[in-house]
Design a binder for this molecule. Structure first.
Ligand SMILES: *Cc1c(COP(=O)(O)O)cnc(C)c1O
Length: 425
């Protein structure tokens, strides 16, 4: 048996042993191989009926009465589910708005609270929206603050020592993506929180690539603040509301910069003086997005049913297998792995690099022969990101993907494409 055949056999055996395999049936699955659950999770079948019911009955028939009957309590219900995914208490999570907006609210609140300190620290691997928001805050509100962006030498990781060296007692806020979006490098949350706290700094985590992908325990790791997405590994649907976390004892000390009526103690008294709620709901702003919130609930239920520990185990097994395939079949033809090979240091995707990365990515998505459509995503300058969503990806899909990439390179099929970029890559 050839080495390639052995690797294929291994995929079939791992799929057969997979205790989570049946969860795939809960999603709409087409002909394509989808390795982009880290950007937009698949559609859970249950969501279709649920949205249709809410639209037709709650909105269509019950109209405004549905606010009291169902909708007012929906954000807290969804928050309680998210709390289970990220190891927090239900009353420490607010769900609503986008990740960018929640990041703005919490960064603003933290900087106000730490008034006497003027340094903000982040790293060059962070997602750009977070860095832009920080730049905007300095320009508009915190003019004496400085932003330190710790540079990564290899574009993959930042050492704990580099974080430790950057922190000092002038540091108001350290903010990082827990799992970074290009390389999937994962910080040791517990350790970083401890380092920051020794310097009196608060830490704001972005969990967008962690929630639903890796085990997160905000409470146990001593986390102060966090934000994250629900439309990636939690399968909440395009643009689904994001969440934020504020540790219980910090809630009364931190103030939402957006004094919207939903954060008021009595929004329906319509008084003209603002009084903030005392609990986590003080971080809300306006009317909740009911349809999207309902979709998040049915998405997260699947992750909770599978269990985060089981999901993480399968994800590690799948990314380990993926790395084995890459090392055997793609490294010899010019690819490099741009993610940590130690599973303790990475999330649920693997980035591979090739000088022709963009055109190879295009050929995977738009084959002209009868090869399968494979959807990864591309991150400049030359990263192909292979996102593994253990709820619905199979080992066999991973095998077929690597064989397909090998063929595209060996037959130079990518040469059909020019270098011009599509808007959403
Ligand atoms: C996807 C992602 C976001 C997205 O923010 P939006 O406001 O929802 O567009 C933010 N941060 C990180 C780390 C992400 O991966």
């Amino acid at each position: 048996m050839s080495h390639q055949d052995e690797l294929q056999k291994k995929a079939l055996e791992l799929d057969k042993k997979d205790k989570l395999a049946h969860f795939r049936e809960q999603f709409e699955i087409g002909e394509e191989i989808y390795l982009d659950g880290n950007s937009l999770g698949r559609l859970p079948k249950k969501t279709v009926g649920l949205i249709s019911e809410i639209t037709q009955i709650q909105w269509g028939k019950r109209l405004i009465r549905s606010w009291n009957e169902h909708w007012m309590e929906l954000p807290s219900k969804v928050a309680a589910k998210i709390a289970q995914v990220v190891g927090a208490q239900a009353d420490e999570i607010f769900v609503g708005d986008s990740t960018s907006i929640n990041f703005y609210k919490l960064a603003f609140a933290a900087l106000k609270f730490q008034e006497t300190k003027t340094r903000i620290i982040t790293d060059s691997l962070n997602f750009p929206t977070d860095i832009y928001v920080l730049q905007g805050l300095i320009e508009q509100q915190f003019k004496n603050h400085s932003l330190t962006i710790i540079q990564s030498a290899d574009e993959q990781r930042i050492s704990d020592e580099a974080i430790s060296n950057a922190l000092d007692n002038e540091t108001a806020l350290l903010t990082l993506s827990h799992v970074v979006f290009k390389s999937a490098y994962m910080y040791d949350m517990h350790k970083i929180n401890h380092l920051a706290h020794q310097n009196g700094a608060l830490v704001l985590w972005d969990l967008s690539h962690s929630a639903g992908a890796v085990e997160v325990n905000l409470n146990e790791s001593g986390a102060d603040l966090a934000v994250g997405c629900t439309y990636k590994y939690l399968n909440g649907g395009p643009g689904a509301p994001a969440f934020l976390y504020v540790r219980k004892d910090l809630q009364e000390k931190l103030h939402n910069p957006i004094w919207g009526w939903f954060s008021h103690q009595k929004p329906f008294d319509f008084t003209l003086n603002y009084e903030a709620k005392a609990d986590i709901q003080r971080f809300s702003a306006g009317t909740p997005s009911v349809l999207s919130l309902a979709a998040i609930a049915s998405g997260i239920d699947i992750s909770l049913e599978a269990g985060m520990k089981n999901l993480r185990e399968k994800s590690v097994s799948q990314t380990n297998y993926l790395i084995e395939l890459i090392e055997n079949l793609l490294t010899p033809i010019g690819f490099t792995i741009a993610s940590p090979t130690n599973s303790n240091e990475r999330g649920s995707h693997i980035s591979i690099q090739h000088p022709e990365g963009y055109r190879i990515n295009r050929a995977m998505i738009e084959p002209t022969n009868d090869s399968p459509v494979i959807i990864p995503d591309f991150r400049p300058p030359n990263n192909i990101r292979l996102g593994i969503a253990p709820l619905y990806n199979t080992f066999e899909e991973i095998f077929r993907t690597i064989i397909r990439i090998k063929t595209i390179v060996e037959t130079r099929e990518f040469e059909r494409f020019g270098g011009e970029r599509l808007e959403v890559v």
